[in-house]
Design a protein around this ligand. Structure first.
Ligand code: ADP
Ligand code: ADP
Ligand code: ZN
Length: 218
């Protein structure tokens, strides 16, 4: 099964992706994670991507499309994958279609996690991430058992440099302009499923899980 998970910054894509990939045995491919790893290693891609990410802009389509082209061609994707944070523009969606056609693959579902802008600001500014294993927490809504320590690996938690109020506002604006048109794009195909992401994490997951179970059985 090949699934796209979309939604504004902070909607809970990463949080849901962790659960979905576990339940449906899918590979988790997050463009944000790929880019942050490249930034950390200071690869040519990372150096280029950093200037965009720091100011809350999208990395240029061409760059991200090439990354995904290579990633999807790897044999481990044949068992099924969840694309988290890609596509984010109509141009990326069109490129994805071409890549999948070349690889003889097909999209099975596009899930959009929907949350209001006010709530997104609270979610993003309170987000904390484990430095070792990448698990995401929230200071108020999803705190670790012990303050600043990861439940899974005891790693330390940090705040992403783009999760400050100003950068978050910019990212939400970019989302509205560049990513929102994708909803209509996918609504026209029969793959689109919107879920109300303002509810508790487990409730959101239940809806997604039920929908994917249906698609899987088709
Ligand atoms: P995204 O990958 O879409 O940017 P995350 O999964 O990182 O979003 O979630 C953003 C923040 O909101 C995190 O701190 C996470 O713990 C928290 N969060 C995720 N889902 C919910 C939810 N349903 N209710 C409250 N907080 C949530
Ligand atoms: P979130 O969903 O919380 O905004 P991500 O971790 O998915 O964050 O992305 C972080 C940043 O990485 C984005 O603000 C953007 O600069 C870049 N990025 C991630 N995915 C894409 C993409 N598909 N196209 C362009 N830029 C991307
Ligand atoms: Zn951890």
């Amino acid at each position: 099964m090949l699934v796209v998970l979309m939604g504004p910054p902070g909607a809970g894509k990463g949080t849901q992706a962790e659960k979905i990939t576990k339940e449906f045995a899918l590979l988790h491919i997050s463009t944000g994670d790929i880019l942050r790893a490249a930034v950390k290693e200071k690869t040519p891609l990372g150096i280029k991507a950093k200037e965009y990410m720091d100011r809350g802009a999208l990395v240029p389509d061409e760059l991200i499309i090439n990354i995904m082209k290579d990633r999807l061609a790897k044999p481990d994707c044949a068992g099924g994958a969840l694309l988290d944070g890609f596509p984010r523009t109509v141009e990326q969606a069109e490129a994805l279609e071409n890549v999948l056609t070349d690889l003889n693959m097909e999209l099975d579902a596009v899930i959009n996690v929907d949350v209001s802008a006010d709530e997104l600001i609270d979610r993003l500014t309170g987000r904390r991430v484990c430095r070792s294993c990448g698990t995401t927490y929230h200071l108020k809504f999803n705190p670790p058992r012990v303050r600043s320590i990861c439940d899974h690996c005891s790693g330390g938690l940090y705040q992403r440099s783009d999760d400050t109020v100003d950068t978050v506002k910019e990212r939400l604006e970019v989302y509205g302009k560049q990513t929102l048109p994708l909803i209509e794009y996918y609504q026209r195909k029969n793959l689109y499923f919107a879920v109300d992401g303002s509810r508790p994490i487990d409730e959101v997951f239940e809806d997604i899980s039920a929908y994917l179970q249906e698609r899987k059985e088709e």
